[in-house]
Design a protein around this ligand. Structure first.
Ligand code: FES
Length: 128
């Protein structure tokens, strides 16, 4: 049995100026709206929200994943939050227009971003 009906991981990663990140694209406002809407609909005992580091789709933020299904949402703005809470968390119907469906594409993008990050770390390590 799941501890909560839904567990939402929302990226609140900050990155250096100019680097794409969820916070640079408004994640803090989206997270605040999500917490407010869940409380307003009295879903706080059913929907757990956890902020987290980068989910790897930094150019598309704010990003979040909803478990147990593992639904990927990208580009979630505060104005999208009431629809997600109502449709997904109350009616078990994800908001299709915000869902990334192509799992192979998501995986490839995350792996590509990870490879870039690791290459940058190696360059910085080599300079020491
Ligand atoms: S900064 Fe949010 S997915 Fe990378």
């Amino acid at each position: 049995m799941e501890a909560f009906h839904y567990h939402v991981f929302v990226c609140d990663q900050k990155k250096p100026e100019g680097a794409p990140s969820c916070c640079a694209r408004g994640a803090e406002e989206t997270i605040a709206a999500l917490r407010r809407e869940i409380l307003a609909r009295r879903l706080e005992d059913e929907v757990q929200v956890t902020t987290c580091g980068s989910l790897g789709l930094c150019e598309w933020g704010p990003n979040m994943i909803v478990y147990p299904e593992g639904v990927w949402y990208t580009g979630v703005e505060p104005g999208d939050v009431p629809e997600i809470v109502r449709s997904h968390f109350e009616q078990n119907t994800p908001v299709e227009r915000l869902v990334r469906h192509d799992e192979a594409e998501v995986r490839a993008e995350i792996l590509s971003n990870r490879a870039k990050r690791l290459a940058a770390v190696r360059i910085n390590t080599d300079r020491r």
